[in-house]
Design a binder for this molecule. Structure first.
Ligand code: ZN
Length: 340
């Protein structure tokens, strides 16, 4: 099937689970109630995607507060009680971050509950997202390894352990989110891709990397303003990604400053093309979706295009996110009719 649809990963949470329209929203329940509420929200997220005609559904990241910290919470060797200030994304903003203080080790499974809940309730393909190693080490301080690359490889091994387990749970596609990849382009080529492929080593399911320019917070908006009219950062890293074992790249294409011609650098890699803008509440029409797919088709063979959202939808209004998912499903259907 041409133009199968998916979404970047996160969807808004129901207001009974977490504060709505907020990034990193606090949970409204705890203990066993929280555990079952996360499961219920996961099933709802799957159902909403199915009804919208999404082919490769996600758990909507309903069981995690934040795309990096949701993973870190289940790792031994991290001190969350004594946070330190650190410059994030090449000092774009400061954040209080936990510290690595001892050898890193998984406490057990990280995402088993939500992956299994989603798998048990849909026959569609299931995609699962995890933070990439470079983005993780850009979000945590090192007080143990004394070497950022060594720490990234240690995280990559833990990601690989969980990714293999997710695959065994029936996940069809594992996507690593690496927003740090368009910030540290030299390091991506020096060790970032090596760390990423280490996280994906041995997987037989489909693998993807999502790189993006972020959204929401003021520091990101200011940074984007400084990048000029055309965002060509990907030019420096696409060749190495294309030569790696990672099979898909997910990037923003709708209302994007990324010139689509650089997608032509991806010769072996399929493209999850963002055809839905998550930085705007304006609902795309199916026609808008067709237009973006057509624009991508100038540089990517149509059988290598997957239609997705530009980025996660976690902080959006729920009704808007659902309408956007419906536009995505309807738009891809229309594109199949017109562009087959
Ligand atoms: Zn993103």
């Amino acid at each position: 099937m041409l133009f199968p649809t998916t979404n970047a990963g996160s969807l808004p949470k129901p207001s009974w689970l977490a504060e709505p329209n907020t990034l990193w929203a606090p949970w409204k329940l705890e203990g066993a109630e929280l555990k079952s509420a996360k499961r219920d929200a996961t099933l709802l997220a799957v159902k909403v995607q199915e009804d919208a005609g999404i082919d490769i559904v996600t758990d909507g990241e309903q069981a995690r507060q934040h795309f990096v910290h949701g993973f870190l919470e289940r790792i031994d060797g991290i001190d969350f009680a004594h946070k330190v200030e650190m410059g994030i994304r090449n000092d774009r903003y400061k954040a209080m971050v936990p510290q690595v203080v001892a050898p890193l080790k998984l406490k057990g499974r990280v995402h088993a509950d939500e992956a299994r809940a989603a798998r048990a309730h849909t026959t569609r393909k299931l995609k699962f997202t995890m933070p990439g190693p470079m983005t993780i080490i850009d979000t945590i301080a090192d007080s143990h390894y004394g070497d950022r690359v060594k720490m990234a490889f240690a995280f990559a091994d833990l990601l690989n352990e969980e990714a293999r387990a997710l695959q065994a749970d029936g996940v069809d596609l594992i996507q690593f989110d690496e927003p740090a990849f368009n910030v540290y382009m030299d390091e991506v080529n020096e060790w970032g891709i090596e760390a990423l492929t280490r996280a994906a080593k041995g997987l037989t399911c489909t693998t993807a990397v999502h790189i993006c320019y972020g959204y929401g917070i003021k520091a990101n908006i200011d940074w984007k303003g400084s990048l000029g009219a055309e965002w060509r950062q990907y030019e420096k890293i696409f060749p190495a990604i294309d030569n790696s074992l990672i099979q898909q790249v997910a990037i923003e294409c709708r209302n994007s400053h990324v010139p689509l011609d650089i997608l032509g650098l991806l010769k072996n890699t399929a493209v999850q093309a963002g055809v839905i803008d998550v930085a705007s509440d304006t609902i795309e029409t199916p026609e808008d979706v067709v237009k973006t797919i057509e624009a991508v088709m100038k540089f990517v063979p149509k059988d290598k295009i997957i239609a997705t959202t530009n980025c996660g939808m976690a902080p959006m209004r729920r009704d808007i996110a659902e309408a956007k998912l419906q536009a995505l499903g309807a738009g891809a259907k229309l594109a199949r009719e017109r562009l087959a």
